[in-house]
Design a protein around this ligand. Structure first.
Ligand code: ATP
Ligand code: MG
Length: 255
């Protein structure tokens, strides 16, 4: 990371890419995760690499949902672990949520490596290794969850989840919060709260809202949830991509 020129116009994006590379080297991130990163970078570029006000509203609604939940769970995959290990642990602390490793391409080695990585960043309990629960409607490997984790959750935060699993979780009646840079992807379209933002910005932002809302009365949190308009958030992100209204793309160029 020290070799990256700090004054490069796309410093943050290069830093993110570098962390994903390191994740692959450490056995935390899959090679598919590298491809997902590339797709994410393209959308972030189009969004001006900034958090839209509509995405900030979604982050606030996400925080309110997590604080209102009886059993909130944050799902962690290889990209999340590589990009925001400290941030996701801190979000779990701020909301009282469990952390559960949940992989599209599940291998025991990767599950262990991610759990260990999260513990190194301060997590005390990491779920996902028991795999004694199943999400109905998915093939065997992809259906595995912990019965007392995602299996028992009422609110689940799934950053970068694939469309099938987002749909299957929604059908179980769980409130889903999805962080994804592509407003056209099925996963955010399935979510009660689509946060169209880079996880690098969104995870700390949700945590900040949670800390701010932590002492709010229940009715206050319920109002934040009710006032959030998921359709408007999706539309606004699409509009920003089409119109490029932030003007941030100019001069940033490619790498
Ligand atoms: P589906 O339509 O089934 O949801 P997909 O096209 O989204 O599939 P993937 O390649 O798994 O399939 O997509 C990865 C998703 O993750 C993309 O939508 C991409 O924008 C998003 N993504 C990648 N990196 C980040 C990131 N750092 N922050 C937020 N979203 C990201
Ligand atoms: Mg998707």
């Amino acid at each position: 990371e020290s070799e990256l020129p700090r004054d490069h116009p796309r410093y943050q994006s290069l830093l993110t890419r570098h962390r994903i590379e390191e994740g692959v080297e450490k056995g935390i991130t899959s090679t598919q995760g590298l491809i997902a990163e590339g797709r994410g970078e393209a959308f972030d570029y189009l969004l001006g690499e900034e958090t839209l006000p509509s995405a900030d509203a979604a982050a606030r609604a996400a925080a309110a949902h997590l604080l209102l939940a009886d059993h909130p769970v944050l799902s962690v995959n290889g990209n999340v672990a590589a990009l925001v290990p400290g941030g996701i642990v801190s979000l779990a602390d701020a909301t009282g949520a469990d952390l559960e490793v949940n992989l599209f391409n599940r291998t025991e080695e990767r599950m262990e490596a991610i759990a260990e990585h999260l513990r190194e960043h301060g997590a005390d309990e990491v779920k996902g290794l028991a795999a004694d629960g199943r999400i109905p409607g998915l093939s065997h490997e992809r259906a595995k969850v912990d019965a007392d984790g995602i299996g028992a959750a009422d609110v689940v935060l799934v950053p970068l989840e694939d469309g099938d699993r987002a749909e299957a979780l929604g059908e179980l009646g769980k409130t889903e919060i999805v962080i994804d840079l592509n407003p056209m992807s099925r996963s955010p379209r399935m979510a009660a709260v689509p946060v169209i933002d880079n996880i690098v910005r969104a995870v700390p932002n949700v945590a900040e809202h949670a800390r701010e809302l932590r002492d709010a009365p229940r009715e206050g949190l319920e109002r934040v949830v009710e006032e959030f308009d998921r359709e408007a958030a999706l539309r606004d992100a699409e509009r920003a991509i089409r119109e490029g209204d932030l003007g941030k793309r100019d001069g940033k160029g490619g790498t």
